[in-house]
Design a protein around this ligand. Sequence first.
Ligand SMILES: O=c1[nH]c(=O)c2[nH]c(=O)[nH]c2[nH]1
Length: 300
Amino acid sequence: MGIVLGDNRYGKAEVRMVHVDRSTPRHVLTDVTVTSQLLGHFDETFLTGSNASVIATDTQKNTVYALARTGGIGAVEEFGLRLARWFVDGFDQVTGARMEIRQHFWDRIPTAQGPHDHSFVRSGGEVRTVLVRKDGDREVVLSGLAGLVVLKSTGSEFWGFPDAPYTSLVETRDRIMATEVTARWRYTDPGHDPATFDRLHADVRATLLERFATLHSLSLQQTLFAMGTAVLERRPEIAEIRMSMPNRHHFLVDLSPWGLDNPNEVFHAADRPYGLIEAAVVRDDVEPVPWAWDGVSGFV
Ligand SMILES: O=c1[nH]c(=O)c2[nH]c(=O)[nH]c2[nH]1
């Protein structure tokens, strides 16, 4: 009885790529997760470890980025075909390809001036939260939201930080800024009727989004404080708001080894590690209620 190699394929899974079409001020965002796998005459690497035929999975990843740069993404069906043809038509040892693409949808953030040109909110996945505490006669309501994912494809800078030992980050005047907002806010008077709670929640959410969209950001910290401030300025019913905002880094892909430029168009959306910015924005004339926040998991 012999042992033989059965079905096989290999490639790079879950290439997280964001493409920004910046050809007009109204940016078009395409956000995809691509898994590229090749089939063909690859027995040798499984059987002997000879990599003479192997198109490296790293190369497959770079090809995803490069084809997005040279031809855009367009419809994911066509992008998948373009990738598959690139490999099957371009290399004798590749006889087949399997390209799986998931596209993630974003809506333009609504603002007073209409849907925003370069600020987006991810559709789906968001939850409304509430944490009610009662201690004898004292009642506290912490309303909130989680999973509110937002992104600006321009209008965000980060520079002027010290050159501390081990600093390698390059200053930028134009980057993607993206975060997933978790927020809880405390009402000064928790005795609202259902319609008022609904209206307040919707208003806070809209205010957070609008401020994120319209502020030209110098840091995520500045954006967080501005979003909290906007809520407190707009809603006297709210005493304080706490926010946790991970910095979902989008790294510009370096395509220069292949003679391609990348004028802020093709990004790698990294999932970890991430910056984590958290702060409370509070009125200085309202009594703090620390027990209301006891047992809150994490910062908010
Ligand atoms: O908005 C930011 N704040 C930071 O503190 C920071 N640190 C970093 O590396 N990138 C960023 N971005």
